[in-house]
Design a protein around this ligand. Structure first.
Ligand SMILES: Cc1cc2nc3c(=O)[nH]c(=O)nc-3n(C[C@H](O)[C@H](O)[C@H](O)COP(=O)(O)OP(=O)(O)OC[C@H]3O[C@@H](n4cnc5c(N)ncnc54)[C@H](O)[C@@H]3O)c2cc1C
Length: 408
């Protein structure tokens, strides 16, 4: 016999960014392009840089930075209903991500992932839940996480085992997710679950659900110790007999894979932008060090090898940023940008490892220790080549696209 599920939407009271008693200021004129870049650059220098290292050391998340971002109305700019969104949503989102990552990649993820996932929820939640969600994200800084990956399903998402069984009035969710960014601070988590046959690999086997994290049966596990992004909470998720109302399904039943394809192309471009931000910071750190440090009676930058390494960095950064802009601009113009997103993500993930490794080499022992920010940048860089698909995944996607659409 089918069981019923409750239809109320609980709200999580646990640790999450608290609004400063007022809604995001919707009267702030939306900024775009280079004006937006310089505004966010100042914001990041004032609100993130001074606290980034301490949070990295302690493994705590700078929730106040997300709150400040929201209080200043920047998050509202990415909510279509505020009417503040410019024509260049994706391009603007990428330059914000890049500037935040210049100050701290973990904080960029803490701020921009919820901005992005809240938007995904708005695009796929049915009324009246949608209006309630919209009201909530405009009245407080809401963290929404995403949980697809499982121990046996990372690159291979069709292997997802977490199940959502249809019952009277909704679904019962069961399973475990392994890695979810910002989960420890999330009010909601988007869960990708199997609604199709248990062992099936059909393209319509998966469905997305919006799960409030304070629902009975939802348990956030202990956060993982990580190489980099130490101030971002990466945690597992347990779902035990979670009785979810039907209207918390996102999109159509069986539409999970196609939602994944649409949304991943956007977030992959954003991850590539974060890689550009990390690399720019590494370049600036070695530039500053090289003009200060003296070796053989002269400045370090007088060594041709030092200068040429910086020139290589600059070339790499310029190329990666151009690829991010190409992918973002294709999206903003309504063009297919899946291949461009993979190219940007693949290139930027490789580029930031090259740049931060070179930066570490150029600083000698200083670059290996906490005396220099380069040590953190080197650790933070690695995640950009893992999340949203590892390198082989993007090579397969690029190859398949060349085969299908032809190459440049
Ligand atoms: C910092 C961080 C944040 C994350 N945040 C989230 C999140 O918010 N939500 C979420 O759902 N997940 C998240 N993840 C998980 C991440 O998306 C997965 O770890 C990633 O997709 C890789 O999956 P996997 O770890 O299972 O590796 P596997 O899929 O097990 O891959 C193992 C190895 O096989 C290689 N490989 C895979 N396919 C091929 C192929 N076709 N050919 C050759 N080699 C191949 C891979 O490159 C890798 O080297 C996060 C991970 C990290 C590190």
């Amino acid at each position: 016999m089918k069981s019923s599920v409750a239809t109320n939407l609980p709200t999580r009271q646990a640790e999450r960014p608290q609004a400063n008693g007022h809604r995001a200021d919707l009267d702030i004129p939306a900024r775009t392009g280079e004006e937006l870049r310089s505004t966010i650059r100042r914001f990041a220098a004032d609100e993130i840089s001074p606290i980034a290292l301490e949070h990295d050391l302690l493994g705590t998340s700078p929730l106040q930075a997300y709150r400040a971002f929201w209080d200043r109305g920047f998050a509202a700019q990415f909510v279509p209903e505020t009417g503040q969104e410019g024509a260049a949503y994706m391009a603007d989102g990428c330059l914000v991500a890049e500037e935040l990552a210049y100050a701290c990649a973990a904080t960029a993820s803490l701020i921009m992932l919820p901005v992005f996932f809240n938007r995904v929820v708005l695009a796929n939640l049915a009324e009246p839940r949608r209006s309630a969600f919209l009201k909530q994200i405009l009245s407080e800084p809401v963290v929404t996480s995403f949980a697809a990956s499982e121990r046996g399903a990372g690159s291979d998402l069709l292997a997802v085992e977490t199940s959502a069984t249809a019952v009277d009035g909704g679904y019962v969710l069961e399973g475990r997710k392994e890695y979810s960014s910002n989960l420890g601070h999330a009010a909601y988590v988007i869960v990708v679950a199997r609604t199709g046959p248990a062992a099936g690999r059909s393209n319509d086997a998966l469905t997305w659900f919006l799960v409030p994290t304070d629902m009975p049966g939802v348990k956030v596990g202990e956060r993982w110790q990580t190489l980099g992004l130490r101030s971002m909470n990466l945690s597992p998720l347990e779902l035990r007999n979670v009785q979810l109302p039907a209207d918390l399904r996102l999109g159509e039943e069986g539409g999970g894979l196609s939602l994944m394809i649409q949304s991943l192309s956007q977030s992959r471009t954003g991850i590539a932008a974060i890689a550009v931000g990390i690399a720019r910071r590494a370049r600036d750190e070695v530039l500053a060090y090289g003009t200060k440090r003296r070796l053989y009676g002269d400045k370090l930058v007088k060594l041709q090898d030092y200068r040429f390494r910086i020139a290589e960095m600059e070339k790499d950064i310029a190329a990666a940023r151009a690829l991010v802009q190409l992918s973002a601009s294709n999206y903003d113009r309504g063009l297919d940008h899946a291949k461009e997103a993979s190219i940007a993500k693949l290139y930027a993930g490789q580029m930031v490892m090259r740049v931060t490794e070179a930066a570490s080499v150029m600083l000698g022992s200083v670059g290996y220790t906490g005396q220099s920010l380069v040590e953190k940048l080197f650790r933070d860089a690695r995640h950009t080549a893992i999340v949203e698909g590892t390198e082989p995944i993007h090579k397969e996607l690029i190859f398949a696209s060349v085969l299908r659409r032809g190459g440049y």
